[in-house]
Design a protein around this ligand. Structure first.
Ligand SMILES: CC(C)(COP(=O)(O)OP(=O)(O)OC[C@H]1O[C@@H](n2cnc3c(N)ncnc32)[C@H](O)[C@@H]1OP(=O)(O)O)[C@@H](O)C(=O)NCCC(=O)NCCS
Length: 386
C-alpha cells in the first residue's frame, strides 16, 4: 500500500471535512437555517442585542438582566485605546486598507495586555472584554485619522452600535440606524467553521494569546472570497450603475468566468437566511430615508442572478445586502469588512475558548507531489538560467 492510499481522501479547501466539534453555531445549508447556541438567527435578530448575543455565544446561555448589564458595562469601561495605539494608527498610510490597520492595532494590543496564561478564566474574560470593546474604537480611529480628522473618544452613555457611529461622526445616531447596525452585528457574529474562524482556531491551537488569535482571523476575513466580498459587491453594483445595465453586465461577467460577488456559499444552497433579514432591514431604512439607486440595482442583480445561477445552488449570500445597507448608512466602502470584524470578534473568541478547553495542535497532513533525491548542482555549474 502506498502512503497516499493510506490517507483519507483529499478534499480541496477541506470542503465537507470536519475540523472540530463545536456547540457554538449550526448551519443547515439546504433549509437555509442558522442557529447560535441552538437559537434561530431570525429570533435573535428581532429580540436580542449584540451584547446579549455575544454573551450567548461566549458563555453558552442567555444572560440574566444583571449579567448582560455587567458584561456591557465592563465593555463600555474598556472602549478607550492607549495613546500609543492611536499613535501607531496615525503612522499608518492613509491609502492603506482599514483591515490591515485593524490587524496591526489588534496585534499591538497584545503587547499592552499580555495574555499568555490563556487557561486562566480572568485572563480569558478580560481579553474578551478588551477585544470586543476596543475593536470598534480602533476602526473608528483609523476612519477619522486617515481623513486628517481628530479621533473621537467613546461615550459611556451610548450602546455598542450607537457609540461606534458616534465615534465616526461625533453625532448621536438616529435610534433606528443604531438598531439596524446592532442587528447587522448580530447577523455577522458567528458562522460555524468559516475561513477566518478556522484561521483563528489554528492559531489558538498553538496556545498563542487571544489578541494574536483575533489578528490571524482578521487577516483571513479580509480576502474577497470571505468578508472582503461586501466591499467588492458594492463596487460591482456601482460599476453596473443602472438597472438596465444589469443583465448585459452579468452575462458578460459570467461568460468571462468571473463570479458574481455576494453570490454563492460553500454551505448554503438556498438564499442565505442572513441575506433575507438584511434585505428587510435595508427596506426598513428606505421607509425612513428613501430608496437608493444602488438597492434597485441590487434587486435586479439578485433577480437575474437567481435566474442564471439558482439551478447550481448559487444564491445571494450575507455580503450581498450588507454592503448596500452600510452604503445607505454613509460608511466608506473599504470599512465594510471592519464592521464584519467588529461583529465576528465575538464568534472568534467563542471558538478560541472552545478550542483551548480541549486543545489539540492543528497539524494536518499533505500529499507531497514534488520530486525526491534531486542532485544539488553547485551554482557555478548551473548554466542557462532558470
Ligand atoms: C463563496 C464561494 C468562495 C464558495 O464557493 P465554493 O464552494 O468554493 O465553490 P466554487 O468557487 O468552487 O464554485 C463552484 C461552482 O459554482 C460557481 N460559482 C460559485 N460562486 C459563484 C458566483 N458567485 N458567481 C458565479 N458562479 C459561481 C463556480 O464558478 C463553479 O462553477 P463550475 O463548477 O461551473 O466551475 C463562492 O461562491 C464565491 O467565490 N462567491 C463570490 C464571493 C463571495 O460572495 N463571498 C462571500 C461568501 S459569504
Amino acid at each position: 500500500m502506498t502512503v497516499e492510499s493510506a490517507m483519507p481522501e483529499y478534499s480541496p479547501g477541506l470542503a465537507g471535512v470536519p475540523a472540530g466539534r463545536s456547540k457554538i453555531s449550526y448551519v443547515d445549508g439546504q433549509a437555509g437555517a442558522l442557529e447560535y447556541r441552538g437559537i434561530h438567527i431570525a429570533e435573535l435578530a428581532v429580540h436580542s442585542t449584540f451584547m446579549e448575543t455575544s454573551f450567548l455565544l461566549l458563555f453558552d446561555r442567555l444572560p440574566t438582566p444583571d449579567e448582560v448589564s455587567r458584561f456591557s458595562n465592563d465593555i463600555i469601561l474598556h472602549r478607550r485605546i492607549k495613546y500609543k495605539i492611536t499613535d501607531l494608527i496615525k503612522c499608518l498610510p492613509e491609502q492603506g486598507h482599514p483591515m490591515d490597520a485593524l490587524q496591526a492595532a489588534v496585534a499591538a494590543l497584545g503587547m499592552f495586555y499580555p495574555a499568555r496564561e490563556v487557561l486562566d478564566p480572568e485572563v480569558q474574560y478580560w481579553s474578551i472584554v478588551r477585544l470586543i470593546a476596543k475593536v470598534p474604537t480602533i476602526v473608528a480611529a483609523y476612519y477619522r485619522l486617515r481623513r486628517g480628522d481628530e479621533q473621537i473618544q467613546p461615550r459611556d452613555d451610548l450602546d455598542h452600535a450607537s457609540n461606534f457611529l458616534y465615534m465616526l461622526t461625533e453625532q448621536v445616531p438616529d435610534p433606528l440606524i443604531a438598531k439596524v447596525l446592532d442587528t447587522c452585528l448580530i447577523l455577522h457574529a458567528e458562522h460555524t467553521m468559516n475561513a477566518s474562524t478556522f484561521s483563528g482556531m489554528v492559531t489558538a491551537s498553538t496556545l498563542a494569546d487571544p489578541y494574536t488569535v483575533v489578528a490571524s482571523a482578521i487577516g483571513a476575513l479580509k480576502g474577497p472570497l470571505h468578508g472582503g466580498a461586501t466591499q467588492e459587491t458594492v463596487e460591482m453594483l456601482e460599476e453596473i450603475g443602472s438597472v438596465e445595465h444589469v443583465r448585459p453586465y452579468i452575462n458578460q461577467r459570467l461568460a468571462a468566468k468571473q463570479k458574481l460577488m455576494g453570490f454563492g456559499h460553500r454551505v448554503y444552497k438556498v438564499k442565505d437566511p442572513r441575506a433575507i433579514i438584511l434585505q428587510k432591514l435595508t427596506q426598513q431604512l428606505f421607509a425612513h430615508y428613501g430608496r437608493s439607486l444602488l438597492y434597485n440595482v441590487a434587486e435586479e442583480v439578485e433577480h437575474v442572478g437567481e435566474e442564471l445561477l439558482a439551478s447550481k445552488g448559487i444564491h445571494a449570500n450575507v455580503e450581498f445586502y450588507s454592503g448596500v445597507l452600510y452604503k445607505t448608512l454613509g460608511l466608506d466602502e473599504d470599512f465594510f469588512t471592519c464592521i464584519f470584524a467588529m461583529a465576528r470578534v465575538s464568534g472568534w473568541l467563542a471558538h478560541w475558548l472552545e478550542q483551548i478547553k480541549d486543545n489539540k495542535l492543528f497539524r494536518p497532513d499533505q500529499i507531497y507531489e514534488g520530486q525526491h533525491g534531486r542532485v544539488y548542482v553547485p551554482i557555478h555549474r548551473r548554466l542557462g538560467g532558470l
